[in-house]
Design a protein around this ligand. Sequence first.
Ligand code: PRX
Length: 664
Amino acid sequence: MSTATSPIESVLVENRVFPPPAGFSAKAAVSGMDQYQALCTEAEKDYQGYWARLARENVVWTKPFTQVLDDSNAPFFRWFADGELNASANCLDRHIGTPVEHKTAIIFEADDGQVTKVTYRELLERVSQFANALKAHGVQKGDRVLIYMPMTIEGVVAMQACARIGATHSVVFGGFSAKAVQERIVDVGASVVVTANYQMRGGKELPLKAIVDEALALGGCEGVRHVFVYERTPTACAMVAGRDKTFGEVLQGQSTECAPVAVEAEHPLFILYTSGSTGKPKGVQHATGGYMLWARQTVNWTFDLKDSDVFWCTADIGWITGHTYVAYGPLAAGATQIVFEGVPTYPNAGRFWQMIERHGCTIFYTAPTAIRSLIKAADSDEKVHPKNWNLSSLRLLGSVGEPINPEAWMWYHKHVGGERCPIVDTFWQTENGGHMITPLPGATPLVPGSCTLPLPGIAAAIVDEAGNDMPDGAGGILVVKKPWPSMIRTIWGDPERFKKSYFPEELKGYYLAGDGAVRSADRGYFRITGRIDDVLNVSGHRMGTMEIESALVAKTDLVAEAAVVGRPDDLTGEAICAFVVLKRGRPHGEEAKQIAKELRDWVAKEIGPIAKPKDIRFGENLPKTRSGKIMRRLLRSLAKGEAITQDTSTLENPAILEQLADTH
Ligand code: PRX
């Protein structure tokens, strides 16, 4: 572990400050720093009392809890453990009999622009019917269901239906490969897979069911009894008799009523795979009670949700952001939300702005990568600049997934937010369940590029490698000192790895986020400086360098050795750079280009297109110390195209640096 923050970085102080607009604060859930401070003080004085209050206010319990935090088996913390609830009832049934019952829950816009709307009542009926279909196919409380679906109402329905009967879902992003799907099916022990025949993205029909078939054929998936197939398009796909059924078939004759199954607060609501610095992706397990508390509370605090809002989080349900801020949080809060099937650049890069205008979106939450690519598009084509649309409905903007550079922040603020919308730069992770460090739009003065302050009750801090607090202005390791309700409970099937990854002994039992951070000397604001482990963030997607290395060396006919590092990229934040030693010797010219392409396609097949290295360099060897350790710091410099200033005296074969600097 090493800190990525150099003292020089902390000198780069961003000094523009944007106080919350007065009109916004007056009506906000948290309307000023005094109120924020009061909440922080409440949490400090009586930590458990604070969380118990929020748990009672945000969650509908079928059996009230009497215990709050159980830390007797730390770091396997338990929250509200004797309470019972149902997550789907917390999103749907709670609104029945209130004015929200007939309010639009989801405005779905398909890739081709077609719009479908469902009310809360209709969504409840669809979820119940799907839940009955799962039950009819033998799915019970505690069973795992793997969901490999496009962004659709049906995807949300499948997640909610699992929650309704106490089944644990594991959603896999539709861009992952057959191999990645198979690994997750095996690891999670899924008995049912829910998928679609195809997905529509950017006008193209892309297969999903065929990938599931391929995954199941890879072996180890004998536990999968059924595959439910949503017929997204009229095009037929192969179906295995007895195993595969269309949604039409499984829903046929099922009642639209299904009593929600009450589960213990600690019951696993879902398992979501994410990359770590070592080994295969880890199944992050979340508990029902604590997660639901924070999903709803953060929608109310960070997004200041009002009944009249039209909320839009552009994240896919395959990521944590799509779980908390599409499938659960907005529904628990009774919001009207937009769900979008397509991509921001189809039919042109004005799609987001056009959709904001069309649906009167008031709160818009997206990733810096999307903003950066739309800036680039608007710069080269006036016609897709946001100024061409009426975006006056917007009142709040959000950012998530990676650091937002101040230039992108300013553009977003000016051209999308019309200089009137606060921007919440929300820092959090798959393991956190919901927002951790973020501005509150009616309270926090904003500084571009800073996620500002931890939410009340979140004990975020910056420490050195021994867990000692760092002074403001000095960078260090981001930790959370106290457990919180929506935190990861364990890594599915690997409690030891959970302990090692997140609670290393030297850090005094603090939760290790894996990011470096620095607090500003003037305001104590946090700025995230990036991962301190071997995890990359490419377009807001998390990827382990080791995962990509393993994929490369799995091409055994070609690759002898591979090392992967990240390098800064203007558009995607980070880009993947792979250094490869071939079995057949170092290729040159056309041959090198051709093999690089072959390797990229291979990685896309092994993991998914998002893991394709942007840059592949070939050498006769990798830079290693005499003891055989790969010198990654040198590789990082080479990837950036920097001159090597590091000490190379321990290097076995200095000549290969020149080879690896060559981008062919
Ligand atoms: O490096 C941080 C970055 O994304 C990582 C978490 O990735 P994931 O689990 O996929 O969740 C992403 C969406 C919640 C973090 O360790 N990250 C996330 N949000 C921010 C961020 N970096 C800087 N600023 C943010 N707002």
